[in-house]
Design a protein around this ligand. Structure first.
Ligand code: FAD
Length: 415
């Protein structure tokens, strides 16, 4: 890793050193070790966010999810520890927060998704106090487990905002872990568990809805759809939801809580939304197969910040990155862009301690398992995959730019 000196031009500039940025940088340098690649990211740490669910459930150490960003940067890349304040694709440049312009031949935008804690009145102040917790931030995830341990019965509420959100299964997973924890502590009888979603379905892929409904039912978790969290009153321990009644009138519903796990509203980062790179919804507007920008051919994007119409996960990044790398190198070499992304994404749905169901699918919600196992059944094997194999795969294979071609295939159904 080089530290930036004077030159403010790099052949490839990658904005964001998260799952997508590091994976692409490492793979580019593996393919072309002398390629001039710069990564721009102000962060001190890189997090393995998929394990936050397990941290909140008290079965994984937060320290193991975090590594100094410096340590995960690939050898040969230059790191500019700064935030990008503006994208200026008409000048082939990005503007850094200190005003400097950084020029590129090709750009990869991988700045992730914005967690909009301010969208819910009172939430930012309440978080981390009086039972209000969230697995969505490394700053609040440890408090989730503290809250679960301190819970002695009462109302436990779990919320999910309307889409978009990263790892759309995560808001449910913590509800199921909580239910299982309370059962093991013999506290189920004096507890009420409710899962409020601002969306209209329990999961985006219809095939996974019935099995997940059964999981919720077995745990005694009541699922309440189309209820969007709008306010948290920590003092009174009351959550307020907006919904639409049968008469079509919007109304507010108050729900007292003893524990409130919040998944924050999410949206495209402002720096993208306010740039010429954005689509109408604010995401980097790329071709859904090639990951190349639809108006600026030397710009690519993947991961949570991109417009790729699939569920936003690190597993999706694993399959997007080789496509971006192939196509970006082809573009630099003036060759045709041949690599194609099929929308693959995956969500390991933790349904209890020791049980995981892995939802794998591609564009249009087509279920595409990697292994010949029933995708709608939770198993101990997948728990081992989630807790032990995937973190190691992430740090030692994916972030190192190695991309073993692990095939996934459309599910064969009995006719
Ligand atoms: P990120 O990894 O978030 O990285 C974005 C980077 O951009 C950050 O380093 C940030 O500092 C940087 N950045 C932001 N703004 C700027 C700027 N202006 N200038 C420069 N740099 C900037 N995925 C799974 O596959 N499986 C799971 O089980 C799973 N569970 C999850 C559970 C939780 C609770 C959470 C929060 C996420 C989970 N995910 C899961 C989702 C997964 O972590 C993300 O989809 C993935 O990290 C996206 O990668 P990314 O590179 O697009 O964004």
């Amino acid at each position: 890793m080089n530290v930036e000196s004077g030159s403010l031009h790099h052949r490839v500039v990658i904005v964001g050193g998260g799952s997508a940025g590091i994976t692409v940088a490492a793979a580019l340098l593996k393919r072309q070790p002398d390629l001039d690649v710069a990564i721009v990211d102000p962060a001190e740490y890189h997090y393995y966010q998929p394990a936050f669910t397990l941290v909140g459930g008290g079965t994984y150490d937060l320290a193991r999810t975090r590594r100094p960003l410096r340590q995960v940067l690939p050898r040969g890349a230059t790191w500019l520890q700064a935030a990008v304040a503006a994208f200026q694709p008409d000048d082939d440049a990005v503007r850094l927060e200190d005003g400097r312009l950084l020029h590129y031949d090709a750009l990869v935008v991988a700045v992730g998704i914005k967690l909009d804690w301010g969208r819910v009145e009172g939430l930012a102040e309440a978080l981390g106090t009086r039972g209000v917790c969230s697995n969505y931030s490394p700053d609040s995830v440890a408090y989730t487990w503290e809250c679960l341990q301190a819970f002695r019965g009462g109302n436990a509420i779990f919320t999910q905002p309307p889409p978009p959100l990263k790892c759309a299964g995560a808001p449910q997973k913590i509800a199921y872990l909580a239910a299982d924890h309370l059962r093991r502590q013999s506290l189920k009888a004096q507890s009420t568990l409710k899962f409020y979603s601002g969306g209209g379905a329990l999961f985006s892929v219809p095939d996974f809805v019935p099995p997940l409904e059964r999981v919720a039912q077995d745990h005694g978790v009541e699922v309440i759809l189309s209820h969007d969290l709008v306010a948290v009153d920590a003092e009174r321990q009351v959550a307020t939801f907006a919904t639409t009644g049968a008469d079509g009138e919007s109304r507010r519903v108050e729900q007292p809580f003893d524990l409130l796990h919040v998944t924050p509203h999410q949206c495209a980062p402002d720096v993208v939304r306010e740039s010429p790179l954005a689509d109408a919804a604010g995401w980097v507007e790329v071709d859904k197969a090639t990951t190349q920008h639809v108006r600026y051919p030397n710009v690519f994007s993947l991961g949570d910040a991109s417009s790729l119409p699939t569920s936003k996960t690190a597993a999706a990044v694993r399959k997007q990155a080789p496509v971006t790398v192939d196509n970006l190198l082809a573009w630099l070499a003036e060759r045709p862009l041949l690599a194609r992304y099929d929308g693959y994404t995956s969500c390991p749905l933790v349904t209890a301690y020791g049980k995981v169901m892995i939802a794998e699918f591609i564009y249009d919600g087509v279920v595409t398992p990697t292994l010949p196992l029933d995708p709608f059944k939770a198993s101990r094997f997948y728990w081992v995959v989630k807790k032990h194999l995937l973190p190691s795969f992430y740090w030692n294979t994916m972030l190192k730019g190695r991309a073993p071609d692990i095939a996934h295939r459309p599910l064969k159904r009995a006719s």
